[in-house]
Design a protein around this ligand. Structure first.
Ligand code: TYD
Length: 137
């Protein structure tokens, strides 16, 4: 398994089919940066709503636009990244230690997250000032 430590887009396998295309991931895939322990998805997002606004202490994530389009904004304490996700065969790898906000959801969009850890509130930093304190030298 590769363990990249910066955000990046990963192109997932695609099986083209005239009846509709298919994409998959599995834990032993060469490109997988971690073992998947949990999946969740966000849907029915009202126009103008923002999700996220937190960082993770340990959890790694792959974020996929399973449907529609949205933006993922990442901040490492010094630099912002902005990704527009709108392809179901593309996954955004997010390491721990990045503040994330998700916005600009299109109508009917579905944000699928695959993560390396079971849900635990202890792994969240939800206060931006507290996040910035983790970056203080
Ligand atoms: P939250 O992480 O705040 O969503 P966002 O991605 O917008 O930051 O999660 C919203 C609520 O759902 C919060 O009360 C925690 C709960 N939750 C779970 O119970 N299990 C999960 O796997 C996730 C992601 C959230």
């Amino acid at each position: 398994m590769k363990t990249p430590d910066i955000p990046r887009l990963i192109e997932l396998p695609r099986i083209y089919d005239p009846r509709g295309n298919l994409t998959f991931v599995q834990n032993d895939d060469e490109f997988m940066p971690f073992k998947i322990e949990r999946a969740y998805w966000i849907y029915d997002v009202p126009a103008g709503a923002e999700r996220g606004s937190h960082a993770h202490i340990e959890a790694l994530s792959l974020i996929i636009a399973a449907g529609g389009s949205f933006n993922v904004n990442l901040f490492d304490g010094a630099k912002w990244w902005k990704f527009t996700l709108n392809r179901p065969f593309e996954a955004l790898f997010v390491p721990p230690g990045y503040w994330r906000t998700l916005d600009n959801f299109s109508s009917g969009s579905v944000c699928l997250s695959l993560t390396s850890l079971p849900y635990s509130e202890d792994d969240y930093i939800r206060d931006f000032d507290a996040f910035m304190r983790t970056k203080a030298v």
